[in-house]
Design a protein around this ligand. Structure first.
Ligand code: BES
Ligand code: MN
Ligand code: ZN
Length: 501
């Protein structure tokens, strides 16, 4: 998708589809109150073209509610689309991101390949901030998980123009456009990896994809396999991969900007299980196909590194993706086995389906060994996190309030939803083992927390954030602004967290 800016008056811009936003200004709701939508543009010709439908009472400007007008009077555009942003008082950059996605997803199935979106007249929001969100949303909306469908692929929008109201700071909006494109494309890159099925994306192939993108954007990349796992004594990571004929991949991406010899080193650690059968503790057949997305945490790290390489923050970053396939076989690990992790801790395997924490244990230890001073991991780690928070909000955990504070700030920019859950000694007690140091499951209750406490053993006292994205990495029903399928969640938040250092 090509992106560009236009500073021309809206009425004169020739396009297949011009989109303008509207907001709901109704303050009280009574039996007789009529919807009160208001356009978020000062353009008189657009207002005149939309006047009839806005006063009809048919359209409320609810969030992502659309109405389309063909051949709008006195406009050079062939069609005028109005996209609602919901209540005026609650309009923000996140609503605009979704609204832009809605516009793009409206256009796609209608064979429209070129579209113009009018940036809302500033409702107290800086134009650059809204522009960045709008462009991100356009990219996010343009993505469909249809690469394997002959009938649907290649419907992408080819050209997206942001029409900027007069009075905006041009240089700032231009920079925002470029940034929004990088962020949106990086999120989509992660989504494209997550969408690949297990047979098309083995650990080795994930390693190749990481190396390719690293080469394109100028990151250092190493991809190791079995031998290196043995050399580093990564007994927990190896235990998961030993059941598969597919060798594991230990992917290391490094971003080291010149002229920053000391200061923090951020360690990004991602779970990269390219398929999770559960191993010997095998999963039921129902929905097992979904377990191709068990590498979404790893994909998020690769996507974030792509954006980091292009946006060049002044901080060193190392990403580690622990990729393996969790399979049952004659060589697979068994419940009751004891594994020795890279850190030296021994782990009693209770359930081979609790494999994500095993690969991450060694990934976290390795990140610390490589000099990481602050850690963040992302993983589709537990079904329990969805029981706690649904499929709307991710679970987050941290052993350091200051480091988590930066992440909360990052969420303000990214618009992604995470809710911090507790850690604590009483939870840690639930994974004590009589046979070894710890066991890999903590029973039925608080499953997302005991999983986090397991990781805590390997992050130790290094400031660390854990993101459990099991419930939000895959969108089960399409929304107006985003397709069904991989969400690419955490790319934007991790990026902003990195940029906060
Ligand atoms: N990959 C799964 C978690 C998962 C479940 C991700 C559903 C996405 C959707 C993870 O490896 C797993 O199997 N976790 C187990 C842990 C249990 C055995 C302690 C779970 O959550 O059931
Ligand atoms: Mn599992
Ligand atoms: Zn898993």
């Amino acid at each position: 998708m090509r992106t560009q800016l236009s500073f021309a008056p809206l009425a004169g811009i020739p396009t297949e589809l011009l989109t303008v936003f509207a907001a709901d200004t109704q303050t009280e709701k009574g039996p007789d109150s009529k919807p009160a939508p208001r356009l978020l543009t000062d353009d008189a010709a657009v207002q005149a073209a939309a006047a009839a439908v806005l006063s009809s009472g048919e359209y409320k400007a609810a969030a992502n509610e659309t109405v389309l007008l063909h051949a709008p009077a006195a406009l050079a555009a062939k069609r005028l689309l109005i996209v609602g942003l919901g209540k005026l008082a609650r309009v923000n950059a996140h609503k605009v991101r979704d609204g832009a996605g809605t516009a793009v997803r409206f256009a796609k199935p209608r064979g429209i390949r070129e579209t113009v979106l009018a940036l809302p007249s500033s409702e107290g929001l800086p134009h650059a901030v809204v522009a960045r969100s709008a462009v991100e949303g356009a990219f996010v909306g343009d993505f469909d998980a249809d690469t394997y469908r002959s009938d649907r692929k290649d419907q992408s929008i080819q050209s997206f123009t942001l029409a900027v109201p007069g009075g905006a700071d041009r240089a700032a909006v231009e920079a925002a456009l470029a940034e929004g494109a990088i962020v949106g494309e990086s999120q989509n890159f992660a989504r494209s990896l997550v969408n690949e099925p297990g047979n098309k994306l083995t650990p080795t192939i994930l390693g190749k994809r990481a190396a390719e993108i690293a080469q394109q954007v100028g990151l250092e990349c190493e991809v190791h396999s079995t031998e290196k796992l043995h050399e580093l004594k990564m007994g927990a990571f190896w235990a998961v991969s030993q059941g598969s004929v597919e060798p594991p991949a230990l992917i290391v991406l490094r971003y080291s900007p010149p002229g920053i010899p000391d200061g923090p080193v951020l360690g990004l650690v991602g779970k990269g299980i390219t398929f999770d059968t559960g191993g010997i503790s095998i999963k039921p057949a129902d929905n097992m196909d979904q377990m191709k997305y068990d590498m979404a945490g790893g994909a998020a790290m690769i996507g974030a590194m792509r954006a980091i390489a292009l946006l060049k923050p002044k901080v060193r970053v190392i990403a580690i993706v622990c990729a393996a396939e969790n399979m049952p076989s004659g060589t697979a690990q068994k419940p009751g086995d004891v594994q020795t992790a890279m850190s030296g801790k021994t782990i009693e395997i209770i359930n081979t389906d609790a494999e994500g924490r095993l690969v991450l244990a060694d990934g976290l230890t390795y990140a610390r060994q490589l000099g990481a001073t602050h850690l963040i991991d992302a993983a589709t780690l537990t079904g329990a996190v969805s029981v706690a928070l649904g499929k709307i909000t991710g679970g987050s955990f941290a052993n350091d309030d200051a480091t988590y504070g930066k992440f909360e700030q990052a969420l303000q920019v990214s618009g992604e939803k995470f809710w911090r859950l507790p850690l604590g000694d009483e939870y840690a007690d639930l994974i004590k083992s009589e046979i070894g140091d710890i066991k890999n499951t903590g029973g039925r209750w608080g499953g997302a927390i005991t999983a986090a406490e397991f990781l805590h053993h390997f992050a130790e006292d290094t400031p660390w954030i854990h993101l459990d994205i099991a419930g939000i990495a895959w969108i089960e029903d399409s929304r107006p602004y985003i397709a069904k399928g991989p969400s690419g969640v955490a790319v934007r938040s991790i990026l902003e967290w990195v940029r906060s250092f």
